[in-house]
Design a binder for this molecule. Structure first.
Ligand code: DC
Length: 227
C-alpha cells in the first residue's frame, strides 16, 4: 500500500523537530528525526575513536552499525547495536561531528536504506536537510522551514537552559557560542557537495521567525488540505 510522506527540511533551530512532532501527533503519522541518524553515526565514530577521514575504517564501522528506530507517539528513539543512545547524541561535540560526517557520501548512502524502509511501511513526517531534495524527491508534501539566525540560536539556548538538570556540562554554553556553532553548521550543511541543505523546488517555504509552533503547524496543515 502506498504511504504518504511529508518532508520538513531546514537549518538547525528553525523549529523542525517541534513542528514535525506536533504535526505527526495531530495527523496520526510517525515522526522520523533523520538528524538523529547522522548524530548516531557521529556518536559511534567518537566511541570507536575513529578518524572519519580514513575511508576504509569508516566503511568498516558503517557496516557494523545496526540502527533500530523506535517511533513513539511524540518521540524518536535511536537504538544502536541494541543500546538506546537517544540521550547521548545531543551534545555540542556530537552536533559538530554529525555536521562534518554528514558531508561524506559513504555516510549518506549508508543511511538511505533505513529511511526508505520506514517510508514504505508508515505514513510519516520526515525531518532533515535533504528529505525533499534527495531522499524523497517524490514525497507528496514538502516543506522547508527557515528563521533568522539570532532567533534560532535563542531557541536552542532556551532549550539547553530548560534542560539544565538533565544534561551535562554542555549547558554552560553561552548564547554566542551556540550562535557561532550554528552559523558554522549552516555553512557546512548548505555548502557541501553531497545533498546540501536547500529547499526542493516544489517545497513550500515557511519563515518561522515571527510565528509560534502552533502557527507553523497550522500553516502546514492548511497546505495539506488544499493539495
Ligand atoms: O537536525 P540535526 O541538528 O539533529 O542534524 C545533525 C546534523 O546531521 C546536521 O548538522 C546535518 C546532518 N543532517 C543531514 O545532513 N541530513 C539530514 N537529513 C539530517 C541531518
Amino acid at each position: 500500500m502506498n504511504k504518504i510522506t511529508i518532508t520538513i527540511d531546514g537549518p538547525a533551530g528553525a523549529g523542525k523537530s517541534t513542528v514535525s512532532r506536533s504535526l505527526a501527533a495531530q495527523i496520526g503519522y510517525v515522526y522520523v528525526d533523520t538528524g538523529a541518524l547522522y548524530r548516531g553515526v557521529a556518536y559511534e565514530i567518537k566511541k570507536a575513536k575513529l578518524d572519519y577521514k580514513d575511508h576504509e575504517e569508516l566503511v568498516k564501522l558503517l557496516k557494523e552499525i545496526k540502527f533500530d528506530c523506535k517511533m513513539q507517539k511524540d518521540a524518536f528513539k535511536l537504538i544502536s547495536n541494541g543500546n538506546d543512545i537517544s540521550d547521548k547524541i545531543r551534545t555540542t561535540e556530537i552536533s559538530m561531528l554529525a555536521s562534518a560526517v554528514s558531508a561524506l557520501p559513504e555516510v549518506r548512502s549508508g543511511l538511505l536504506g533505513i529511511q526508505k524502509d520506514i517510508a514504505e511501511k508508515y505514513n510519516a513526517v520526515f525531518e532533515g536537510r535533504d528529505m525533499g531534495t534527495v531522499v524523497f524527491p517524490h514525497a507528496q508534501h514538502k516543506f522547508f522551514l527557515i528563521a533568522d539566525l539570532k532567533i534560532r540560536a535563542g531557541r536552542r539556548y532556551k532549550e539547553s537552559a530548560e534542560n539544565l538538570s538533565k544534561k551535562s556540562s554542555d549547558n554552560l554554553e553561552n548564547l554566542n557560542k551556540i550562535e557561532k556553532d550554528m552559523k558554522k553548521r549552516d555553512h557546512n550543511d548548505s555548502t557541501r557537495v553531497e545533498s546540501p541543505l536547500k529547499p526542493a523546488s516544489d517545497s513550500i517555504v515557511i519563515d518561522s521567525t515571527n510565528l509560534t509552533i502552533e502557527q507553523v503547524v497550522e500553516k502546514i496543515r492548511n497546505n495539506l488540505l488544499i493539495s
